[in-house]
Design a protein around this ligand. Structure first.
Ligand code: PGA
Length: 252
């Protein structure tokens, strides 16, 4: 197995003001100071991003955005570009989160343009994929993952694979308290790795693939024990510093 540094990402979604973010990091950072060998990424709402960047300055922990537009600039009211994110100090960006796909019309085609745009700006893309409950029940999980990965990474050069993080987030497990079982998550993530190896033969082994969907301190250790699970994308449990610190420690 390739040596992949675990990555724990906090996806705050539409929670926390700049002041809330600073207070959170004042509590979190001392708690994870002694944790070694785990990359940590905080994804606040855009308005709190500068405060998070400032609080993280000089630390290993990175600040990330939750979405971006694929164009560099233009008449796209309400949108921001990759260069605008790096301008305020973001180092990564979540792309294709299921909530963006479900509620805001995010498409695989747009993602195929967003990922190279993020890479070109020096942002680490965290590409989210995952099936609906009806798709899992219909035995379509693998086909859905194949379609999502194939489309989003269609324009990626094999050599760029290692600069991308993929998050497997079964939609039925997000915010529902229903985590995929560790073996279920491992199986889907191993499948994603095999899909990645079609794009970039050797490179797939270096790609970090996270699990997301109701990750909590109580289930993080067993999820992280799976061979192909390299970290977690955490929503609800990342809003509380003690819970997120416990999840970060589960990655060590
Ligand atoms: P959750 O969210 O941990 O609240 O299920 C995960 C995510 O949507 O990234």
């Amino acid at each position: 197995m390739a040596d992949r540094t675990p990555l724990m990402a906090a996806n705050w979604k539409m929670h926390k003001t700049a002041a809330d973010a600073t207070a959170f990091l004042d509590e979190l950072l001392p708690e994870i100071e002694d944790v070694e060998g785990v990359d940590v990424v905080i994804c606040p709402p855009l308005t709190a991003l500068p405060a998070v960047v400032e609080a993280l300055s000089g630390r290993g922990t990175r600040a990330a955005a939750q979405n971006m537009h694929e164009e560099a600039e233009g008449a796209y009211t309400g949108e921001v570009s990759a260069a605008m994110l790096t301008d305020v100090g973001a180092q990564a960006v979540i792309l294709g989160h299921s909530e963006r796909r479900q509620y805001f019309g995010e498409t695989d085609e747009a993602l195929a343009r967003k990922i190279p745009a993020a890479l070109a700006a020096g942002l680490l893309p965290i590409l989210c994929v995952g099936e609906l409950e009806s798709e899992r029940e219909g035995g379509e999980t693998e086909a859905v993952l194949e379609r999502q990965i194939g489309a989003a990474l269609a324009t990626i050069e094999a050599g760029a694979l290692a600069d991308i993080v993929v998050a497997y987030e079964p939609i039925w497990a997000i915010g529902t308290g229903r985590t995929a079982g560790p073996e279920q998550a491992q199986e889907a993530i191993a499948h994603i790795r095999s899909l990645l190896s079609r794009i970039g033969a050797g490179g797939a082994d270096a790609v970090r693939i996270l699990y997301g969907g109701s990750v909590k301190p109580a289930n993080a250790v067993e999820l992280m024990a799976q061979t192909d699970i390299d970290g977690a994308l955490v929503g609800g449990a990342s809003l509380e510093p003690g819970d997120f610190a416990a999840i970060v420690r589960a990655g060590a």
